[in-house]
Design a protein around this ligand. Sequence first.
Ligand code: ADP
Length: 224
Amino acid sequence: MLKAHALIFFGPPGAGKGTQAHALSVAFGIPHISTGEMLREAVRLETPLGLAAKDRMESGELVSDEIVSGIAAERLARPDCEDGFILDGFPRTIGQADFLERLLREQGRGDPLVIYIRVASCVLMKRLSGRRTCPICGTIYNIYFEPPRVDEVCDIDGAALTVRADDGEAAIRQRLDSYEMMTRPLLDYYKVRQQLVEVEGDRAPAEVASDISELVSREMASTA
Ligand code: ADP
């Protein structure tokens, strides 16, 4: 019932899209596609695409619609997406949303379901600037809300925690500004199309996850 669908996680940087998309992907067995992760991987591997995107990403600006829509289309064409997928961080502009609408139509899929994770802007700065990641096991900590037992060290494997290249204060401000100017207008875009559902994101991740799971199941049942 769920499977043919395109799910989109939407919200400002720091809303918890990655965490929630990962949980839902495991629960429903469909791929979690993060354009931010794909771009970071391209930067790490120093591919031509990564080199083209690197400076804009590190300063917190959006990468061009052309580049991002290209990688999204290529990813969505892979066989593991046939039964549905979860997008995290795409679309982020009206141009990208138009592109995706055409693509989904071409692929013969139904309308996407957009899950908006709402978080007050005063919480976002601390969530982003406090974020630390273990380079070995991928566990994410927050020095304000979920600190490791020993400062800057992973509880699980003792590795030194890292800060994402765009989690410095200036880049965070730019990411929040880009969200306000370029991405927030998509809320109306999807509201008008009646494809948007909202969930309150300023709660424990497990609580948010349980609401999302319920919402998605309900929406899918009503469109089945
Ligand atoms: P966050 O949502 O925490 O800001 P992401 O990991 O989703 O971070 O993205 C990191 C960066 O990758 C963005 O700041 C931007 O530079 C680039 N990026 C990711 N997705 C897109 C997109 N759909 N359009 C343009 N740029 C993107």
